[in-house]
Ligand binder design. Structure first.
Ligand SMILES: [Zn+2]
Length: 231
């Protein structure tokens, strides 16, 4: 059975400092096994993974977020500029390499897609990660983005990245938002025990712990052997 889930990214808040100070107290040099578990398994029995390199589809129209809908959204009349769309692809490609420990350095194809104003677009498609900016995410849900995936058993079939239009257009930390949501589309869960790009509050960039976990996830390294110095 296919399961589809989205995970929200909260707006930065003071809670992040608390997480950071706890994480800093963790002993250096030890395998971050708790973080490995949180990020790869979360509440599931086993980690999810893509069995192929995904394609990336950029929706050029800004979409309308509607609470209650999960994979079909309506196109608004606004669109991304060509430069904005290219910058989004560049950021996500860079993020893909970081989050997979260079196991994937490019998407297998890049598509730029248009839609007429008011058209309903499916954003969860086999073999693809579909990314778009959405109006109304922050207003309706007090979050600045979502990343989700649809999986069959342990295999991820499709991914989707939902970016709040205002935040993604204007915030200096949008590259972190994009990387975090791509992480969800790749099957990663939130990390609470260490400073991580996958912390539920936006703020941290990718860390050595994240790179170590990416190696486990995408290079098939054994978690028990991840004796990588972490600070
Ligand atoms: Zn998240």
């Amino acid at each position: 059975m296919d399961t589809c889930r989205f995970t929200r990214l909260a707006i930065a808040s003071l809670t992040f400092s608390a997480i950071a100070s706890v994480a800093a107290a963790a002993p250096a040099g030890r395998c971050p096994s708790e973080a490995v578990d949180e990020m790869l398994r979360g509440t599931r029995e086993s980690a999810l993974r893509w069995d192929r390199v995904p394609e990336l589809t950029v929706l050029l129209p800004v979409m309308q977020y509607e609470k209650g809908r999960s994979t079909d959204f309506r196109a608004t009349g606004s669109t991304l500029t060509e430069d904005e769309a290219k910058a989004l692809v560049a950021d996500l490609t860079k993020a893909l390499a970081v989050l997979t420990d260079n196991a994937m350095t490019q998407f297998s194809a890049i598509h730029f897609e248009t839609a007429a104003t008011g058209e309903i677009v499916n954003v969860m498609r086999p073999g693809q990660i579909v990314v778009a900016r959405y109006e109304g995410v922050r207003d309706q849900l007090a979050t600045v983005g979502f990343g989700g995936q649809s999986a069959h058993g342990r295999t991820i079939r499709a991914g989707s990245i939902i970016l709040d239009n205002d935040f993604d257009r204007a915030s200096k930390t949008r590259t972190l938002l994009r990387m975090h949501e791509l992480g969800h589309a790749l099957g990663y869960n939130h990390v609470q025990s260490r400073v991580s790009i996958m912390n539920p509050k936006i703020g941290a960039g990718p860390t050595d712990v994240d790179r170590a976990i990416a190696r486990v996830a995408f290079r098939d390294a054994e978690p028990a052997s991840c004796a990588i110095p972490v600070g």
